[in-house]
Design a protein around this ligand. Structure first.
Ligand code: PLP
Length: 503
């Protein structure tokens, strides 16, 4: 058994106070001239700026970084909320001068940008088995919202706007319930069967002519593949409903199976969980949405397409001008933006979060078919290896990319805080609720056997530890346990200097 890591996080304090913010250090007042064209009430005469030499500035930020835990320090096995490693080469690609395009530039001058977006739409469509993709939504949750709005527009268009229910499994992510409610639906919660999968009898009872959609993730939140997915799809389609795929768990399936082939009609892709982009905490990330051809006309505007017909026309007629009015030939300007016929409208400025999309594109292009397939296979192998090494009870299984262990008599939140003392980030806790004191764990494909053993050692170190040690943890990190009740009841959401009497 690997020995657990000895960990003491740097703690930079002066007189008991943490490294002060730059604005708390000495500052100089800089006067601003009064020649601003803005009205007086919108201008100021001067401002305080911190006075720091370059080495002081570099040390300040280095010290702060030493008091932070991140994926460049150690593993980050958050189940479902996956923090997939962001490879450095994708950052390099996004930093290329040619990637720095102003979104307001003319279509003619951003043909390279449009081609990248077009190819990314195509990659994602092929990976998911979907006919059309929008890249606009800025996060997975935003993608869900767009996907269900598209489903609503489809039903309305077919004169079936009175469908008012969306079915969501009880183990689903909170955003599924929130999305359905936000789109105005009654949410019907679906119980799991004894194996942790969709209960087909309960589904039969829940489905009706009121069903607009069933939202599913596969593998599900317990990391289990929904073996009856083809039957489930048929049941939903038989009542005229749509099947929505929450792409959060697509990292388990790349190159192995496609939601479109399973019968899903609409899906979102969590590019931060699957294609190694930064998360952005609900945005600014990216959560593209894919749909089958029946739903394509309802996607948000604008999308990117290749002007094939125009170029064919100009080839046939020998004309250089494709009729777009700017004198450019289709061969010079092969890509264009367009609004789908029955679009639900704009859901984001321009074409989405461009630089995040560049990173997703670079990752997919670099890995290729074989690399993506291999990433999924290793993600599944790593989850199953780690599950087999930990001493906590792991109900259900065998798993795909993640598993949910139970902390049993211990409080999962205490276990998580204690794991921080061993130099690892803990798993997602207390969800899904069908596993008591859940420790939902997803190591992802990037971790080596050595790191998985280190993670297992951290889990196992906490098993059976005395209550006092666990309940006071973490003790080896820069910041200790916070008062969670005060943080929730009296949150301080913006910085201000502490005054006498502040806590
Ligand atoms: C299963 C599932 N669905 C949806 C989401 C929402 O994705 P995002 O955080 O990108 O908004 C998450 C986020 O962790 C998730 O785990």
């Amino acid at each position: 058994m690997t020995e657990r890591t000895r960990y003491d996080q740097a703690r930079w304090t002066t007189d008991g106070e943490y490294e002060p913010l730059l604005s708390e250090k000495d500052s100089t007042r800089v006067e601003i001239g009064d020649d601003s064209p803005l009205p007086d009430e919108l201008t100021r005469d001067g401002l305080e700026l911190p006075e720091r030499s370059e080495p002081e500035l570099a040390r300040h930020y280095t010290r702060l970084s030493q008091m932070v835990y991140g994926i460049d320090v150690g593993p980050y096995p958050l189940g479902s909320c996956t923090m997939k490693y962001n490879p450095k080469f994708t950052e390099d690609v996004a930093a290329l001068p040619s990637a720095q395009v102003h979104p307001d530039r003319s279509e003619k001058s951003i043909q390279g940008t449009l081609e990248l977006l077009y190819r990314l739409q195509d990659y994602l469509g092929r990976i998911g088995g979907m006919d059309a993709v929008t890249l606009q939504p800025p996060a997975g949750a935003a993608g869900e919202f767009v996907g269900i709005r598209v489903a609503t527009a489809y039903h309305d268009h077919n004169g079936e706007g009175d469908r008012d229910e969306v079915i969501v499994p009880e183990s689903a992510h909170g955003t599924n319930f929130a999305t359905a409610a936000l789109c105005g639906y009654d949410v019907v919660s679906l119980p799991s069967d004894e194996e942790g999968r969709v209960d087909l009898e309960a589904l039969e009872a829940a489905l009706s002519e009121n069903t607009a959609a069933l939202m599913l993730t596969n593998p599900n939140t317990l990391g289990l593949f929904e073996r009856d997915i083809v039957e489930i799809a048929e049941m939903v389609h038989d009542v005229g409903g749509l099947l929505y795929y929450d792409g959060a768990n697509l990292n388990a399936l790349l190159g192995q199976a496609r939601p479109g082939d399973m019968g899903f009609d609409v899906m979102h892709y969590n590019v931060h969980k699957t294609f190694a982009t930064p998360h952005g905490g609900g945005g600014p990330g990216a959560g593209p949405v894919g749909v089958v051809s029946d739903l394509e006309a309802f996607l948000p505007a604008p999308r990117v397409r290749r002007r094939e017909r125009a170029s064919e026309r100009s080839r046939e007629t020998g004309a250089d001008n494709d009729g777009a009015g700017d004198g450019a030939s289709a061969s010079e300007r092969p890509f264009e933006l367009f609004d789908p016929d029955h679009t639900i409208g704009h859901v984001h400025g321009f074409q989405g979060n461009w630089l995040v999309l560049v990173k997703a594109f670079a990752y997919i292009a670099r890995l290729g078919d074989e690399g993506l397939e291999d990433a999924s296979a290793k993600a599944v192998l790593n989850a199953n290896y780690l599950a087999s090494r930990i001493e906590y009870d792991v109900p259900y299984g065998p798993f795909h990319h993640e598993f949910v262990a139970s902390a049993g008599e211990q409080d999962a939140a205490d276990v998580a805080k204690r794991m921080l003392d061993f130099g690892v980030h803990p798993p997602t806790t207390k969800w899904p609720e069908i596993v008591p004191e859940a420790l939902m764990t997803e190591p992802t494909e990037v971790e080596s056997k050595g790191t998985l053993d280190q993670l297992a050692a951290a889990f196992n170190a906490v098993v059976g530890e005395d209550d006092e040690t666990i309940e006071t943890a973490p003790n080896h990190t820069a910041a200790g346990r916070i008062d969670q009740t005060s943080a929730a009841r009296n949150p301080r959401l913006s910085w201000h200097a502490l005054e006498d009497g502040d806590e």
